[in-house]
Design a binder for this molecule. Structure first.
Ligand SMILES: Nc1ncnc2c1ncn2[C@@H]1O[C@H](COP(=O)(O)OP(=O)(O)OP(=O)(O)O)[C@@H](O)[C@H]1O
Ligand SMILES: [Mg+2]
Length: 508
């Protein structure tokens, strides 16, 4: 007789329930797993066999088959070990659960000695369980704190197969979970030792970064070597607003699926700062692989993607950013279907103006030929530059300023203003599923960025003089909205639009 229980398949960030059933019949000893399993699932045969024996049970004799259904979903990873083992023990009448298991999920990798190992994607699994009305999840104890972020599902942490059997037969009570207090976790964050006050001068760049942080806009910093571009970008996280619960859950889910969530810290507390090297491949940047995993742009979701030495990146690799920068989501197509990962990140790019680095320096001579400068700047395509809202020049700092003792504003002071602006945005978008001005659709721009006649005139003449695209027009308005929010202005005035226009790249 076959016994059926449930587990879960993780596909991208989403999950689907999987039925696991085992069957034992007479014949030559043989153990097969069917239902589109990958190699890790095939190897589960060896783990399940040893774990069952080492937990004090007998591995059934004869022909043993485990079926994972539906067969058209590809099953990957080792998390089916536990449901396969439980199903085998049920089928061979070695265990007798005292409760109905039709509303339970079983997840976990087995070690040969019967211990349970943690698996990836738990948060997504629990969210699926809640949606599909599963009541209980039996999972590795190491994943329990992450799972307990969601309230409505009962989480039973398990350390060994033998312990699970005792719990199912009600010979042992399920252990308590130390629950995380989400709100206080997100309140107490350590911003590290870097601080905006360590950066001397560069007031204009700091102002631009404040706008970036407030509205989640993209920025490109250009300037000569050593002027502080990398330094400024690395300090940007210290002025970013705290995460709200939804944002933290979104990030946690991505990191959980990517297997990057430490069990000691099972929620994302800080906005991510990702800094891939310029040799990064397309897959590393946008995600992919036969079993699609999130790439850097998704790991930077709700945080920063910092591309230092921007023109050194492979042009084709960078072109992959165009669609996600527009949609905030990346779709990866595979023969088995399309997987989507969220990718709403702030793009921060830094570059020198030319190969020698001094083309924009008023005091040092540039040694590059006009051809070299042109080729260098051509490395970044127009459509990509069009998606960057703020283009700022980072000049060399004055020696007097660098050694001077003048007091600079701290990150904390700037962050107060940034959080003020985010609060206004949260209020504005509470009926929508967006959080920041940069995420507004054109329709939302029309609704939330009304202009008076003189401001309209200003933007009209700028559009015709600077030959701006429709995209630039909307991006300028979104930026102006953020600038107005930072100043706590309800209406967008011409000074806000004028400042936003100032950040567009200078073209002929
Ligand atoms: N405004 C500043 N105030 C204080 N220190 C600064 C400032 N600008 C630069 N520095 C110092 O100079 C170092 C080099 O700066 P950084 O690496 O950011 O330059 P960069 O503009 O990225 O140069 P490159 O174009 O060569 O990458 C920083 O680590 C920092 O110590
Ligand atoms: Mg640098």
């Amino acid at each position: 007789m076959a016994e059926k229980i449930f587990s879960s398949a993780v596909i991208g960030l989403n999950c689907e329930p999987v039925e696991v059933e085992a069957d034992v019949s007479s014949g030559m000893p043989h153990f097969i797993v069917v239902g589109l399993p990958d190699t890790a699932v095939q190897e589960s045969r060896e783990r399940v066999r040893s774990a069952i024996k080492n937990s004090g049970f007998k591995f059934p004799r004869g022909r043993v088959a485990a079926n994972l259904a539906p067969a058209d979903i590809k099953k990957a990873g080792p998390s089916y070990d536990l449901p396969i083992a439980v199903s085998l023990l049920l089928t061979s009448r070695q265990i007798f659960p005292r409760s109905d298991l039709s509303k339970s999920l079983f997840i976990g990798e087995l070690a040969l000695n019967g211990q349970l190992r943690g698996v990836n994607g738990i948060l997504s699994i629990v969210l699926m369980a809640r949606e599909k009305e599963f009541k209980t999840i039996y999972l590795p104890a190491i994943n329990a704190r992450e799972a307990s972020l969601i309230d409505e599902v009962e989480i039973v942490p398990v350390t060994t197969l033998a312990e699970l059997v005792q719990i199912l037969q009600q010979e042992k009570k399920s252990p308590e979970i130390e629950k995380l207090d989400f709100v206080s976790e997100l309140e107490n964050i350590d911003y590290g030792s870097s601080d905006m006050s360590h950066i001397k001068g560069q007031e204009q760049v700091k102002r631009a970064l404040e706008i970036v942080a407030a509205g989640a806009h993209n920025i490109l910093m250009g300037g000569p070597p050593g002027s502080g571009k990398t330094f400024l970008a690395r300090t940007l996280p210290t002025i970013l607003p705290k995460l709200n619960i939804e944002e933290s859950l979104e990030i946690t889910r991505i990191y959980s699926v990517a297997g990057l969530l430490p069990s000691s810290q099972p929620i994302a507390k800080k906005r991510p700062f990702r800094n891939p090297h310029h040799t990064a491949s397309g897959v590393a940047l946008v995600g992919g692989g036969t079993w699609p995993k999130p790439g850097e742009i998704s790991l930077a979701h709700r945080g920063i993607l910092f591309l230092d030495e921007f023109p050194e990146f492979d042009r084709r690799v960078l072109e992959n950013l165009r669609q996600p920068l527009e949609d905030g989501i990346v779709s990866i197509s595979r023969a088995s279907g399309t997987v989507e990962f969220p990718a709403k990140f702030i793009l921060v790019a830094a570059q020198n103006p030319c190969p020698c680095g001094y083309a924009s320096d008023p005091e040092r001579n540039c040694t590059c030929s006009p051809m070299q400068i042109m080729n260098y700047q051509k490395k970044i395509s127009g459509p990509l530059l069009d998606r960057i809202d703020l283009h700022v020049e980072v000049p060399r700092v004055d020696f007097e300023k660098l050694v001077g003792e003048s007091k600079q504003e701290s990150s904390k002071e700037i962050r107060v203003r940034v959080e003020g602006a985010r609060k206004i945005q949260n209020e504005r978008f509470k009926k929508f599923d967006i959080f920041t001005n940069s995420e507004m659709s054109s329709e939302q721009v029309k609704e939330f960025c009304p202009l008076d006649e003189s401001t309209k005139e200003l933007i009209r003449s700028a559009v015709s003089q600077l030959h701006l695209s429709a995209r630039s027009y909307y991006r300028i308005l979104k930026l102006a909205r953020t600038i107005a929010d930072l100043g706590k202005n309800k209406d967008i005035k011409s000074e806000h639009v004028a400042e936003a226009l100032q950040y567009r790249p200078r073209i002929e």
